[in-house]
Ligand binder design. Structure first.
Ligand SMILES: [Ca+2]
Ligand SMILES: [Ca+2]
Length: 293
């Protein structure tokens, strides 16, 4: 979905064989990608609606009872190959749980336009770096064009003692728990530090170098020709400044960056820096369903 545009609200409907259809109304995608968690436990996505009329009631119970001891998959709600007491009990439970249980909606990655709007252009000192071609600092967050960053001064070489610093200052604190840097697998960033300065004047250094004191959880995931460096901040932090310090690249002169993303809440298998798209949805009777938008 085209996240980041004004008046960008959607109704999201999730339906499944045997589930009472769930709809979340007026979900806004203006500021962040969203993760919706629904499930049978929250009774937001409840099993037992075998006749698909949006209700779980005696009609469903009678249909399942009539199919007892068969293997009719329409009434085999837990899909174990048999219609039996377990399926009856699922309908019974669906009949007593309240309708309209709450879904949990969390912010995922900040959308590029909202992020660019929070960057303090006056306070972000980019005099130490040069960007390739017609690219600007905004392109680092949009992800449509690859940005090659190098030092602006006469000393071009990038090293641990003389890193390439990309500072980003925000006009107001930006909540995040993860920083993602997409960089090409070839000629990409090899070693780095990320210095996070929080609203309460904390300063924490994460990174891959031997001088990094704070342990960081780092992972690289292959996605086509890119790798995504994931810096897990440990907890959600309200950040006022972030400095990406590149200390080693393939040629030690340029750092190639496809996209930088700040993620507010990270859940298992959250989308990576790439623009968020709806992901496949799966469910089993007791598990929550997550929809990434
Ligand atoms: Ca029904
Ligand atoms: Ca069954």
């Amino acid at each position: 979905m085209p996240a980041g545009e004004a008046e960008n609200t959607y109704d999201v409907t999730v339906s499944g064989d045997g589930y009472r259809t769930f709809t979340y109304h007026d979900l806004s995608l203006e500021q962040h990608a969203k993760v919706i968690t629904i499930g049978t436990k929250e009774s937001s996505f409840t099993l037992g609606d075998v006749n698909d009329d949006g209700k779980i009631d005696l009609k469903d119970l009678k249909l399942v009872e009539a199919a007892l001891r068969t293997n009719d998959s329409d009434y085999d709600i837990n899909k174990d190959g048999r219609v039996n007491i377990v399926d009856i009990s699922i309908v019974n439970r669906g009949m007593i749980v309240p309708v309209g249980g709450k879904a949990l909606v969390q912010n995922g990655a900040m959308v590029a336009s909202a992020l660019i709007g929070t960057i303090d252009a006056d306070e972000t000192d980019l005099s130490g770096i040069a960007l390739s071609g017609d690219t600007s600092i905004s392109d680092l967050f949009v992800g449509e064009s690859t940005v090659t960053v190098s030092k602006a001064d006469g000393q071009k070489e990038i090293s641990e003692d003389a890193p390439l610093n990309i500072p980003i200052v925000f006009t107001e604190g930006v909540a995040m728990s993860e920083v993602q840097i997409a960089t090409p697998a070839a000629n990409g960033i090899e070693e780095f530090q990320v210095i996070v300065e929080t609203e309460d004047n904390g300063r924490i250094v994460y990174g891959s170098t031997s001088r990094t004191k704070t342990a960081a959880l780092l992972s690289r995931s292959a996605r086509e020709a890119d790798q995504v460096i994931v810096v897990n901040l440990g907890t959600r932090k309200v950040v006022k400044k972030i400095t990406i310090q590149v200390t080693k690249t393939a040629d030690n002169e340029t750092a190639v960056i496809k996209q930088i993303a700040f993620v507010e809440n990270t859940l298992a298998k959250a989308p990576e820096a790439e623009a968020a798209k709806p992901k496949n949805v799966t469910a089993s009777p007791a598990s929550p369903v997550r929809v990434y938008l």
